[in-house]
Design a protein around this ligand. Structure first.
Ligand code: DGL
Length: 237
């Protein structure tokens, strides 16, 4: 059973990409809706929430873990849990940008992801110029379906990308993929690259089980799950 973790609904983009490629896989998804957004929290805080979230997934039967959250991947997995066999966002995202063959990428992400310096380091290593664009309110606006705040933050990110002269915008927060069509520019969503990495690592065989856990009741999250997989029980933990 594969455990997918995010602060909320963002990781559903990774789950959807995975399901499109490997519908038989058994997956348990945990959205930490009691603590979203993670992107404006201190690293130590995100670390404790991640440890708690992974325990919930393991207790639910997960024997493989995926951080479908860039904030967790950059603030916790890469610095502290490297070598634990956890699949995270940065590796796949950088590969997706390399495939796009751009000399200059803009990276839209949460403040915590940008503060971690992980993307800056990886793009420097890959010889790709990266302009970081912090989007402090965007993940929360998307989680709570605040359309006006989403519009404002998306437009600000696109304007910053154009001002920097970058060719493409990497959506380096899984929430942003939910509103990809709102970005009036070329974008890269690494969800499918992560799905391919999951399948390459752990195969695509299973019984097609999909379980959903949340730390807080959220009708918005339930509706999003239902749109993808039909009516599902959301277990509260
Ligand atoms: N979806 C997450 C990410 O990829 C977290 C957003 C948040 O909770 O601030 O960074």
């Amino acid at each position: 059973m594969i455990g997918i973790f995010d602060s909320g609904s963002g990781g559903l983009s990774v789950l959807a990409a995975l399901h499109a490629r490997a519908p038989e896989l058994d997956v348990v998804y945990f959205g930490d809706l009691a603590h979203v957004p993670y992107g404006s929290r201190a690293q130590a805080d995100v670390r404790l929430l991640t440890i708690a979230g992974f325990k919930i997934l393991r207790d639910a039967g997960a024997d493989h873990l995926v951080s479908a959250c860039n904030t967790v991947s950059t603030a916790v997995i890469r610095p502290y849990m490297r070598g634990d066999g956890i699949i995270e966002m940065v590796g796949a995202a950088v590969s997706a940008v390399q495939k796009f063959s751009t000399p200059h990428v803009a990276v839209a992400a949460t403040p915590a992801t940008i503060e971690s310096g992980m993307y800056q380091k990886e793009f420097q290593r890959a010889n790709i110029r990266a302009t970081m664009i912090a989007c402090p309110n965007l993940a929360a606006a998307i989680e709570y379906e605040d359309v006006a705040a989403t519009r404002t933050a998306v437009d600000a990110a696109v304007a910053a990308m154009h001002a920097a002269g970058a060719d493409v915008l990497l959506l380096a927060c899984t929430h942003y993929a939910r509103v990809r069509e709102m970005f009036a520019c070329s974008t890269i969503d690494p969800a499918d690259a992560v799905a391919q990495q999951i399948i390459a690592s752990w195969g695509s065989v299973g019984n097609g089980t999909k379980k959903f856990i949340a730390s807080k009741d959220s009708p918005i999250f339930a509706t999003r799950v239902q749109k993808l997989f039909g009516p599902r029980e959301i277990i509260l933990k």
